[in-house]
Design a protein around this ligand. Structure first.
Ligand code: SAH
Length: 463
């Protein structure tokens, strides 16, 4: 049976966490992904490495691909036996022309499924602290397009709350139509630009002053408008607008959600080294070493990956004692069946050296798997204690070009390693004055400083 199928998936409004579990899994499995620009671009990082990822554009005015061409492409790829995920912003059936796309599939006899999404019409108000319905104010809501194909007046439904999509260019006409339909010039209105994204902006006013306000504020797209008494709750309930926004440049952004809204723009990634000759040599004489030291969780990962490639496991290092810098490294080691013998109180090379200072390290053989470019502080310090140190490079961090980020909308930056500080300065220059810089530990703090960045050590979740 052919597996070719089209999945029309709602990606949610912009906050990457607002896709459904079903949609998330499909993005990871897809052979082909067709996306447009309203969806969270971070989702594309989930795609399989060999997936074909196609942008079909669709900004209000500059369509990069016609609807007919998109429909044809969906059908062509599914007929070619591919699992095709068509990602659409918000919910695919709310003003997204999703209906037309699956109609085309149905007509062509292509199998399809539809995975609903969280529409911007409801979630942008929610993230602005504006409940679209509320017992005290309204019992109904209407969702209206602010953009009609013809130049006709807008039809204003009779509802207590009205949400307009696709209306930015048409705000004057929307307000005129509301007034004509009997709404008071003092009725409350809000615009939510980039709803649910880190750069969300909420602009409020009344029908009589709003056109001027949005012009002054240079309202951009995408945005929705909400009209009705519920807009009055924004100030009281503006929960998202009060959260600090944290730019995380390294990996594992989920570890830092206690700091605020995470904006993940990885600037570096770790890769295992192709050339393993150094490591292989050490592996042949593992029993001659007394200590094995891991300075990072990555060092641990790539070391044990190699062991596994050689058909070995934790038993190969049974004769050695193990030290780890940092709780994260120690925790990672437990995944490989290792409980570290020594985890220094202070999470740094200096902290580890201090504890080794109390031990007899004379002529002890130490194996130190680490990044290709690493600080000399630890090996030099160990040598100073009389140890014989074998440094082996098991991975390296390489810079990657981050997706765009608007620093105006960032409150904190977290540097997770010296390489993230270097990459940041190279791309953006110094950290702007309104942003508070944090780093993971002392070594990162020291290398940030070398790049001119004064950073505080980040408070931990479990402290
Ligand atoms: N299917 C989408 C809507 C597509 S029409 C959904 O369910 O959300 C495109 C319009 O959606 C835009 O003009 C804008 O009005 C609205 N929109 C989409 N994403 C938005 C966001 N993150 N913030 C505010 N409005 C958004």
């Amino acid at each position: 049976m052919s597996k070719g199928k089209v999945y029309l998936v709602g990606s949610g409004p912009g906050d990457v966490g607002l896709i459904t579990v079903k949609g998330y899994e499909l993005v990871r499995q897809a052979d082909v992904i067709l996306y447009d620009h309203l969806m969270p671009m971070e989702l594309l990082q989930l795609a399989r490495e060999d997936a074909e990822v196609i942008s079909v554009g669709k900004f209000a005015s500059k369509h990069t691909m016609s609807q007919e061409r998109i429909n044809a492409l969906l059908i062509e790829k599914a007929a070619d036996n591919k699992v095709v995920v068509r990602l659409k912003g918000g919910d695919p059936f709310v003003f997204g022309r999703g209906g037309e796309e699956v109609e085309a599939c149905a007509e062509a006899g292509v199998d399809f499924e539809i995975i609903p999404g969280i529409t911007s019409a409801l979630s942008a108000p929610t993230y602005a602290g504006i409940p679209p319905t509320h017992r005290d104010f309204t019992a109904n809501i209407a969702i209206v397009t602010g953009h009609r194909r013809d130049e006709k007046e807008l039809e204003i439904p009779n509802a207590g709350t009205i949400v307009f999509l696709m209306g930015v260019a048409n705000i004057q006409k929307i307000i005129d139509s509301l007034l004509k339909a009997g709404w008071s010039p003092q009725a409350k209105i809000a615009a939510v630009e980039n709803g649910t994204r880190y750069n969300q902006r909420v602009i409020t006013g009344t029908l009589e002053n709003f056109v001027r306000t949005v012009r002054q504020e240079k309202l951009g797209t995408p945005a929705i408008f909400i009209v009705g008494k519920v807009v009055g709750l924004h100030e009281k309930l503006n929960w998202f607008g009060r959260k600090p926004r944290v730019l995380v440049l390294g990996t594992h952004p989920e570890k830092y959600t206690h700091l605020g809204t995470i904006v993940h723009r990885p600037m570096v990634k770790c890769v295992g080294l192709e050339d393993c000759s150094q490591l292989e040599k050490a592996l042949e004489q593992l029993e001659t070493f007394n200590w094995l030291i891991f300075t990072s969780a990555n060092g641990a990962k790539y070391f044990f990956d190699r062991l596994k490639c050689k058909g070995l496991d934790a038993r190969a290092i049974a004769s050695m004692k193990v030290a780890a810098i940092g709780k994260t490294t120690a925790k990672r080691l437990t995944a490989f069946g290792i409980v570290a013998d020594l985890v220094p109180e202070r999470e740094s090379s200096a902290g580890l050296l201090e504890e080794f200072g109390a031990l007899d390290m004379m002529n002890k053989k130490v194996l130190l798997p680490q990044a290709r470019v690493a600080s000399e502080e630890l090996p030099e310090g160990l040598a100073g204690l009389g140890a014989v140190v074998e440094e082996i490079a098991v991975y390296e961090t390489v810079e990657i070009e981050p997706a765009d980020v608007d620093l105006e909308h960032i409150d904190k930056i977290l540097f997770t390693s010296g390489s993230t500080a270097r990459a940041f300065v190279k791309k953006f220059g110094q950290v702007p004055a309104h942003i508070k810089a944090y780093c993971l530990g002392e070594p990162t703090q020291a290398s940030a400083k070398k790049h001119g960045i004064e950073a505080e050590i980040v408070p931990r979740k479990d402290d």
